[in-house]
Design a protein. Sequence first.
Length: 428
Amino acid sequence: MSQSELYVSLDIGSSSIKVLIGEVEGKTLHVIGVGNVQSEGVRKGTIIDIDATVQSIRKAVDQAERMIGMQIREVILGIPATGVVLQDVKGVVAVNSENREITDDDLDRVMKSAQVMSVPPEREIVNIIPKQFIVDDYDEIKDPRGMIGVRLEMDGTLITTSKTLVHNILRCVERAGLDIREIYLQPLAAGTFALTDDEKNHGTAYIDIGGGSTTITIFGENRLMATAVVPVGGDHISKDLSIVLKTPTEQARKIKHQYGHAFYDDASDDELFEVPVVGVDTKDQYSQRYISEIIGVRLEELFELVLEELYRMGIRDLPGGIVLTGGITKIDGILQLARHVLKTRVRLHSPEYIGVREPMYTTAVGLIRYAHMQDEYFGYSSDAPTVTPIEETVPSSSKDMKKPKERKPEKKPGIINWAKNTFNNFFE
């Protein structure tokens, strides 16, 4: 198994933490390890309890490690869209080489020059996305390397987020004994592969319904254009069911996934199921249609909030329609309800890989595929092993006490590791 083709993604969500181990051969991804545990210490994408989050990360990592019999060393980390700001930036450099051929060094310098701007002290740079390169006066170039020119320019989008939010997430990952290989914005990585080329080009809303919040991301002209977060997610449905049915929250979550239906008109009224009641030994009986009204009302509210957010973002038309993903989209009838409320074309997205054919894994899969795409573009491979044999690991009791590992200098072009290098001083 080639280490350079092995990737591990870490998706820290409000309802669950997912770890995926994937081996990429050419354009094909093989998922060989999966860890998925209930998230403790995270609310609406924000860390509220570092110790609880660290324990949840370790549990998810342990699950994935047991599937391949090796220990995970470094991960690709996804950062939520909470508090994200997108800024247009421009970089300009003179081509260095004597024969005026544009090289990797020129590409690296023009990206770095685009980052020379004033960033408020409370914000941190996460990613920079090139929109186009301009060689002399010729624009719309995707990859200028190998071309001849005197001046190289780049138009791009700079992604910044809250320094507090990012540092708390990074602290949890470091305390869980993991190195960070790359950091990417979650909807950027996931949406790049969840949407088709036409959807990304024409204008599409990629909506990821998480546990504590819903992320709305607009793609158009083959790039990320805007993103926003609505503070309603799948956990709110579980709480609604728990209150109305007078049952424990965990039981409500199981009922939601096992019997839930989002569209009242299509729900069954025939088959009844039993629900344990808090504080008594008896069980009540309910039909799917009864709970579909509870689920449908909350989802309808969510979709109306999405419409309001799209209007606030200045989105009046979506030629590519809307793509829905996230764990809650497994519920029957959600597609019909979404089309009814949103009044446009809607489709559901789930990864098509063995072992992760569920919408909850969209982000974790996207992180691996996005990291591989960037590695191919920059011709980069990691010197550090992504996983190591179990024999080389320390006992778990010692692992709990170990300090964050020392980072090696990066050889990859500065733009891709900008965030990681920026955070080095924070942990030292």
